[in-house]
Design a protein around this ligand. Structure first.
Ligand SMILES: O=C(O)[C@@H](CO)OP(=O)(O)O
Length: 211
């Protein structure tokens, strides 16, 4: 058995609350988002894990979630690497639009395809496959080697950048990934085998109401 990889989606952001497509835009956490990050951090503290290093994106909501989690496990100030490779999927021209307004304009089905399909990009933006094409190499070169060396690694990132990772880790098909939503602030604890496959996965919270 090698190390441990913890993936967590940031807590609720101002734009999650306003129901706006966010992508690379940079809204802060809401008060609920801060609470969710604290709850995720407490769950990890109860689980009994501490980290060797943390990774997060170039966006405020993920960075703050990362900091809050580290505070909760008693590791404020732990070395944290920020990289835009872990940023949210770029929503292109949809960024800043209200999701219900987009449904009214383009139809429920089309918006669902843009939000959750594997390979259909929103206008001017990235498909999940495009997002994976930057997340996955970063994972392989920067994150996985540390886990395989036995380190415990925290990754605080975004709904879709993490879906791209989970798709590969959990070996999900294009159809299965369409249905997968990640809840804000709920840590997923992966133990990896030496060949980098998943030995076990513990979800520390409720993913059932994720959307
Ligand atoms: O707006 C976004 O960037 C993402 C994550 O909040 O939204 P969705 O869940 O619709 O992919």
């Amino acid at each position: 058995m090698s190390g441990t990889l913890v993936l967590v989606r940031h807590g609720q952001s101002e734009w999650n609350l306003k129901n706006l497509f966010t992508g690379w835009r940079d809204p802060d956490l809401t008060a609920l988002g801060v609470e969710e990050a604290n709850a995720g951090g407490k769950a990890l503290a109860d689980y009994g894990i501490t980290f060797d290093i943390a990774f997060t994106s170039a966006l405020t909501r993920a960075q703050k979630t990362c900091d809050i989690i580290l505070e909760n496990v008693g590791q404020a100030g732990l070395e944290t690497i920020r990289n835009e490779a872990l940023n949210e999927r770029d929503y292109g021209d949809l960024s800043g639009l209200n999701k219900d307004d987009a449904r009214a304009k383009w139809g429920e089905d089309q918006v669902h395809i843009w939000r959750r399909s594997y390979d259909v990009p929103p206008p001017g933006g990235e498909s999940l496959r495009d997002t994976g094409a930057r997340v996955w190499p970063y994972y392989l070169t920067e994150i996985l080697p540390r886990v395989l060396a036995g380190q415990k690694v925290l990754v605080a990132a975004h709904g879709n950048s993490l879906r791209a990772l989970v798709m590969v880790l959990d070996r999900l098909s294009k159809e299965e990934i369409l249905k997968l939503n990640l809840a804000t602030g709920v840590p997923m604890v992966y133990k990896l085998n030496a060949d980098s496959t998943v030995a076990s996965k513990d979800v520390l919270g409720d993913m059932s109401n994720a959307h």
